[in-house]
Design a protein around this ligand. Sequence first.
Ligand SMILES: N[C@@H](CCC(=O)N[C@@H](CS)C(=O)NCC(=O)O)C(=O)O
Length: 230
Amino acid sequence: MANENEIKLIGTPASPFVNRVQFALNLKSLNYEYIVENLGQKSELLITSNPVHKKVPVLLHADKPPICESQVIVEYLDEIHPDLFQLLPSAPLDRATCRFWATYIDSKFFPLYEELRQTMNKEGQEAIKEEMITATQLLEEAFIKSSNGKVYFGGDKIGYLDVVLGCFINWTKHVDELYDFKTFDECRTPQLTKWANNISSHEALKSVAPAKETLTNFFVMLNFFKPPYK
Ligand SMILES: N[C@@H](CCC(=O)N[C@@H](CS)C(=O)NCC(=O)O)C(=O)O
């Protein structure tokens, strides 16, 4: 029988979704064993733990069934450890608002980065950048409402949306450099720009966010299988 506190995380270093879970685990000061997955040759452990999507991250908690999907995992950790750095707010309406924006971030905002990478022509790329601008302006408004004049989406302390969006920071920086773009811009999104600087220097994220070289190698690997980004 496994120890009730035992946590294992199947992941890969360049994955922002894995970083999201690591960020939450760090904030909650939970120890875990990190099982590095090679996505080019998926392990039996990954395939049997996440038979539906066969993707990382997967959380293995003691001898319970595996938990998949980064947002689901972060919520699970928050529910089993509400006393350790609670991420979701307590009021049902505030929780619903957080979940709304978290869904927006994963289903609308971040996919634009993959779309940009797969778009070859300049005109198409410019159209996607316009969509990115609209998305970040919406997120700026969400930040202003949620932060209440404080530093984070969660107010004075990091909350659920800080974790959900924060895990993409190094990706956005990397893509910005490749495409001569500014995801967070002092004029267009002044509050989010400050937020991005704050969150990326937070130790709980900094210690797990992929280095530039890791992202460069990951992009080379992606572009080997799919069209190049330039
Ligand atoms: N919605 C999933 C996305 C996870 C995801 O896309 N993981 C990627 C790595 S960043 C993966 O495992 N890809 C392997 C594949 O597509 O086969 C989550 O939030 O956990």
